[in-house]
Design a protein around this ligand. Structure first.
Ligand code: AMP
Length: 217
């Protein structure tokens, strides 16, 4: 089962992907996570990507397309995968479609999470991540016991550089300009399912699962 999670920054794609991978035992492929790891390790790709990410801009298509092509060839993707944060442009979607055609594979569902734009900013500014174990929190919706310390492992919590307010505004504009056209792109290909991304995480998850299950027969 091959899924794409689509939606603006802060829609809850990462959270929902993590719940889906537990349920279905397939990997989450987050281009954002892969890029952040490359930045941290200061690989040539990471060094190049950092400037785009810090500015809230998209990393060039050829870079992310290369990342995903390589990742999809790995053994753990044989039984399916969840793409989180990719594709983000029509060119990336076209390229993914060509790659899948070559492999005689296809996307089963594009699950689009919708959230009112006023809500997105407050959602993103509250996000915190643990430096040690990578656990994710939200200061309002999923708070750690102490605001600066990971409840799981005691590690230090930090805010992603690109989760600061000025950068978020730019990322939301970039989403509208470059990624939102993928909604009609996938609707035209009869792959799009829209799910309300407002409300309880568990309810949103149940709605996603229902869509997936209803098509599995
Ligand atoms: P995310 O964690 O998905 O919000 O991604 C964080 C940042 O990584 C984005 O703001 C972009 O700069 C970059 N990025 C992640 N995925 C892509 C993609 N598919 N295309 C271009 N840039 C990306």
């Amino acid at each position: 089962m091959n899924l794409i999670l689509l939606g603006p920054p802060g829609a809850g794609k990462g959270t929902q992907a993590k719940m889906l991978i537990k349920r279905y035992g397939i990997p989450q492929i987050s281009t954002g996570d892969i890029l952040r790891a490359a930045v941290k390790e200061q690989t040539p790709m990471g060094v190049k990507a950092k400037a785009f990410m810090d500015a809230g801009a998209l990393v060039p298509d050829e870079v992310v397309v290369g990342i995903v092509e390589e990742r999809l060839q790995q053994q753990d993707c044989r039984g399916g995968y969840i793409l989180d944060g990719f594709p983000r442009t029509v060119a990336q979607a076209d390229s993914l479609s060509r790659t899948l055609q070559k492999n005689e594979s296809d996307i089963d569902h594009v699950l689009a999470l919708t959230v009112r734009s006023e809500e997105l900013l407050s959602r993103i500014t509250g996000r915190r991540t643990c430096r040690s174990c990578g656990a994710g929190y939200h200061l309002l919706f999923d708070p750690p016991k102490s605001p600066e310390t990971c409840t799981e492992c005691g590690g230090e919590l930090y805010q992603r550089d690109d989760d600061r307010e000025e950068t978020i505004r730019r990322r939301l504009d970039v989403y509208q300009e470059q990624t939102a056209p993928l909604i009609s792109y996938y609707a035209e290909r009869n792959l799009l399912k829209t799910v309300d991304g407002m409300g309880e995480m568990a309810v949103i998850q149940a709605n996603l699962v229902q869509i997936i299950e209803s098509s599995r027969g």
